[in-house]
Design a protein around this ligand. Structure first.
Ligand code: WQD
Length: 343
């Protein structure tokens, strides 16, 4: 019998890509989103890629009664929880908003999952490692005190899941994402930042598109080979496939421990400058950029040791940075065409 996965935040950037991969792997997917941080572009894109309409529920995961009713309405085998705020700077300015939303929604998911025997996959982040003592980081590398309320919610939600698994006999996996970038090869779904993008790749594509005048590269005096920060940029489709492996591991009872954590990265450090150069080369264009002051809070370098995921999930990132950057640009061009048609 087909298994059903609930994807909270399924209309967002990561959620929409995960929905596509789950559906293509044979899962029934229920998308739930309150559309507070996106429009229906990605939902429509998902349906276009799959050639059918997926069940969609407009709910706020902070509403405990609504979450409980959702779990009553469908027989949900596993839930993947993405529904959360994700802007680091905003979380510093509005900590209560972040704590209420990101913790409250996950507590409701945990409670409903406990009551219904549902497996839980939590979308965590490499941000839990802070400035690592050494890279690459393994899942055993120590978590550092969070430097923002956003980062703190990721750490706290990991702990909520760990404790609930232990106390209630549940099963849970936390995936720690490095830097997800790119878009689906169809260019029908992708990242849709509101306002000025905080993240590097949307800023690059918007600059190439002429929506932004100039990319600022934050710092070129770091102790790295070219002076710019090192990150582990993971293709969004590769990342989405890790979720299929993790959900299947839970549903098929193949876990070694009832609560497991996996890094989801490539293991390949790439500097900001290397990424910019690769973007220019693969898309055959010139990007207007300049070096600017360091951005407060940035870590110098972090990248994954992804070997645990390879060993236990049977998952490995396969796409090259060039393929991913080509997909990011194809998506930006798709958005420009859409904007022209809508005029
Ligand atoms: C990458 C590099 C910047 C913008 C953040 C969150 C993390 C996760 C992913 C998710 C850094 C540089 C950036 C620009 C630049 N969160 N940069 N010019 O900071 O590694 O991680 O996003 O929801 O929790 O902290 O990603 O894409 O912002 O930056 O030079 O305009 O690009 O300094 O070195 P980051 P990023």
């Amino acid at each position: 019998m087909k298994k059903t996965v609930l994807v909270s935040g399924g209309a967002g950037f990561i959620g929409s890509h995960v929905t596509v991969e789950l559906s293509q792997a044979g899962y029934d997917v229920v998308i739930a989103d309150n559309m507070s941080n996106c429009d229906d572009t990605n939902y429509k894109g998902v349906c276009a890629i799959l050639g059918r309409k997926l069940p969609f529920e407009n709910i706020d995961f902070c509403d405990a009664a609504a979450v409980s009713a959702l779990f009553d309405k469908y027989t949900i085998d596993a839930v993947i929880h993405f529904a959360a705020y994700k802007a680091v700077g905003e979380s510093v300015a509005e900590p209560l908003m972040y704590y209420k939303n990101n913790l409250g929604s996950f507590l409701n998911v945990l409670e409903a999952s406990k009551n219904h025997g549902t497996h839980v996959l939590f979308s965590s982040s490499a941000t839990v490692y802070g400035e690592p003592e050494k890279a690459p980081v393994t899942e055993e590398s120590p978590r550092q005190p969070a430097t923002s309320p956003y980062g703190n919610t990721k750490q706290m939600c990991e702990d909520f899941l760990r404790d609930c698994v232990k106390a209630y006999g549940m099963h849970g996996i936390a995936l720690r994402y490095f830097n997800p970038i790119g878009a689906h090869p169809s260019a029908l779904i992708g990242e849709l930042p509101r306002g000025v993008p905080n993240n590097l790749v949307p800023f690059i594509t918007q600059t190439a598109a002429g929506k932004r005048e100039c990319l600022s590269i934050f710092g070129n005096d770091y102790p790295t080979p070219d002076g710019t920060c090192l990150r582990d940029y993971i293709d969004i489709t590769d990342l989405a496939k890790a979720h299929v492996c993790a959900v299947t591991r839970m549903i098929e009872n193949r876990m070694d421990e009832p609560y497991e954590i996996f890094n989801v990265g490539t293991g390949r450090p790439v500097s900001v400058l290397e990424l910019v150069n690769a973007f220019e080369k693969v898309n055959n264009l010139k990007l207007n950029y300049r070096f600017a002051a360091r951005r407060p809070g940035d870590v110098v370098g972090i990248w994954a040791d992804p070997s645990l995921a390879e060993r236990k999930l049977g998952w490995k990132a396969v796409r090259t940075v060039e393929e991913t950057l080509a997909s990011a640009w194809a998506w930006e061009k798709h958005l420009m065409e859409q904007a022209l048609q809508d005029k």
